[in-house]
Design a protein around this ligand. Structure first.
Ligand code: F0G
Length: 415
């Protein structure tokens, strides 16, 4: 047999390396999450990859070597050109993953690693999507799962998924950051194997978003990513850099991180020129997926934005909801509010002249609209009521002539 793939851990700050260890998450010196380094045994090439099925494991040379991945055919998501907005704008629709978010890319690797590590009980704190994904992949692997959620702050679709897949659910009176503190304490005591963004293995799966973008349209000028715990933007940047290292691309995109105004520890630091985040003790936003005040991967994310020549910005809730509706109606893609933050950030960037209409831009749309059906109350449900078949036909006829307006509207009717 040839040389084996070499895998080890490295601190992104001090550069110290550590041998492969599934139970080491933080650099003992710097106290920040480590990153995984994969040195492949055979050269990755686009030609080789293109012959394989689409999905995360198509890129296996650059992933941790796993004998039998726990997989639900994640990845290989559509990259949709948003022609009706701009010919230079694409949406990477991560809602098309098996549980409806990009978390599945991370979980196929994370749960596979947990299995190799001999874990039987996996856990995560979550704003919702991680718990949905973890519980599905744990079921696939025949493991048990525990999820810790901020009580009353998780979108209904995500909570339903965790219930459906049989996770044990703890709702904590507190924020996501409290949920994460609890989960990591349990992990330190050996109670549960943690699959949060502290765990660097999951991010290895998420970096394949970069590989897929580059494979489909080459390297764009900008990639916009909604930022919560800041793992995904770090993972995508890592992915692009690896492609460059292996000679698979010859330039890099600029990374733009978008946060909600009410939960913007990194965007605030960026605006104020600080090198460390400005913690938000009581984060609040309609985009519950990114309602996070103390992002654990802050160091990696700030470095990704800085190194790439990108920037961070924050968007208000009304802009997020407006962007969600605009993508749905102009592109035909339904995303959850957090995902729409990337489009809201794009619009602000165009308005403020940070972007040129000639720039090729990819927005990462992280989760499916069905995750958060409660939003219908905010959007203002519009429908007409027909008592019988004849009345329904009459209403359609009126609608076709533009005689009947919007119909009943419930909720605040933001639009
Ligand atoms: N978009 C969606 C839909 C998310 O669910 C998340 C994170 C993000 C963006 C932000 O990604 O944390 O890597 O910066 N959701 C986590 C969860 C926190 O628990 O589901 P990030």
């Amino acid at each position: 047999m040839g040389i084996e793939t070499r895998v080890y851990l490295r601190c992104p700050k001090c550069g110290e390396t550590y041998p492969l260890d599934y139970y080491r998450w933080l650099c003992p010196k710097c106290g920040i999450p480590l990153e995984v380094v994969v040195e492949p045994s055979s050269k990755p090439t686009w030609d080789k990859w293109k012959l394989r099925e689409k999905g995360v494991w198509r890129y296996r040379e650059l992933l941790p070597p796993i004998k039998k991945p726990v997989s639900l055919s994640e990845g290989g998501t559509p990259l949709i050109r948003a022609d009706r907005i701009s010919r230079n704008l694409w949406i990477k629709f991560e809602g098309a993953n098996p549980t409806g978010s990009f978390k599945d890319r991370g979980m196929t690797v994370g749960v596979s690693i947990a299995a190799e590590a001999g874990a039987r009980l996996v856990g995560a704190a979550s704003t919702g999507n991680t718990s949905a994904s973890l519980s599905a992949y744990a079921s696939r692997a025949g493991m048990k799962s525990i999820v810790v959620l901020p009580k009353g702050k998780v979108a209904l679709g995500k909570l339903f998924q965790a219930v459906l897949h049989g996770a044990r659910i703890i709702e904590i009176n507190g924020s996501f950051d409290d949920a994460l503190a609890a989960l990591m304490e349990a992990a330190r005591r050996g109670i549960v194997y943690p699959l949060n963004s502290y765990n660097p293995w999951r991010l290895e799966g998420q970096k394949t978003i970069a590989y897929e973008i580059a494979e489909t349209i080459g390297v764009p000028d900008y990639v916009f990513v909604p930022v919560g715990n800041a793992g995904n933007i770090s993972a995508i940047w890592k992915g692009f850099k690896e492609l460059e290292t292996h000679g698979l691309i010859d330039r890099l995109p600029r990374m733009v991180g978008v946060q909600a105004v009410g939960a913007s520890p990194l965007a605030t630091a960026w605006k104020e020129g600080r090198e460390e985040p400005v913690w938000f003790e009581n984060p609040e936003t309609v985009a519950t997926a990114i309602r996070i005040g103390r992002p654990v991967n802050w160091y990696k994310a700030l470095r990704a934005v800085e190194e790439s020549g990108g920037y961070l910005l924050s968007v208000g809730d009304r802009k997020i909801l407006g962007a969600q509706m605009e993508i749905a109606r102009k592109v035909g893609v339904g995303v959850e509010p957090a995902s729409a933050a990337s489009y809201a950030g794009y619009k602000i960037s165009i308005d403020e002249g940070l972007l040129d209409s000639k720039d090729r831009v990819v927005l990462v749309a992280t989760g499916h609209a069905l995750k958060d059906p409660g939003i219908v109350e905010l959007v203002g449900k519009k429908s007409l009521v027909a008592g019988n078949v004849d009345e329904a036909v009459k209403l359609m006829s009126e609608l076709s002539r533009g005689e009947t307006g919007g119909g009943e509207s419930k909720g605040q009717g933001v639009f």
